[in-house]
Design a binder for this molecule. Sequence first.
Ligand code: ZN
Length: 263
Amino acid sequence: METEEFTDFERPSRRERTAPVREKKRPGFILPTILTAMLVATVFVSITPDFFLGNLTDQFKMIFSAQQGAIVLNDRLTKDVTVGIVAGHMGNDSGAVCQDGTTEADVNLKIATLVQQKLISLGYATDLLKEMDPRLEGYKAALLLSIHNDSCDYVNDQATGFKVAGAISNVDEKLSSRLVACLKTRYQESTNLPWHDSVTNDMTLYHAFDEIDQNTPAAIIETGFLNLDYDILTKDTATVANGVANGVICFLQNENILSTETP
Ligand SMILES: [Zn+2]
């Protein structure tokens, strides 16, 4: 799927915005010049983030105003948005159960909580939702992501890796596809887990996709198989959660991704 409209711009880098201009000065001016530069730099650094963020936001609004999906993208460029995270099976059932008593619901909740913490640390409001959370009905947010994991039974040697599916019922299907592409790219980069090409109806027809407001982009991720990926899922959960959070941030901040291919 083409997603060019999301990737045909780049923010000017901080270096470009703040690169100092070098000038030759006579020796007698060196000390006063350095002191003045330090003072100016201090003032500059203290005003820069909001100052440029405001300008950039306006610039992006202008860039996007002529493009499809502009309003949603404009909102997403500010941090004044809410992200919904469903901890799969929470409040409903255990999901997959391993021989040592580890349940999928426990692993999902641990990942979802870490994802939520990272998003909060970046200034995003988040809702941690149960599987059958009443708030899902007509839910409005920058995005909804449900976190699940696959079977704890040994299937075969290929039963490793992750899957992502988006809400095709969305008003703007492109947004959910973009969310899926972000999650796929960033999760793979962060965890090195392989893409497992077996998205099922349980995912594409996920119940919450029909319940939420149809303007809310949504996806479901199975972060791994509890059997062959047991170690990373249960002992390196921070890496798993980081991969999921990076995918969400990629979508929220409209980051460029090398591959625009949608699984
Ligand atoms: Zn599940």
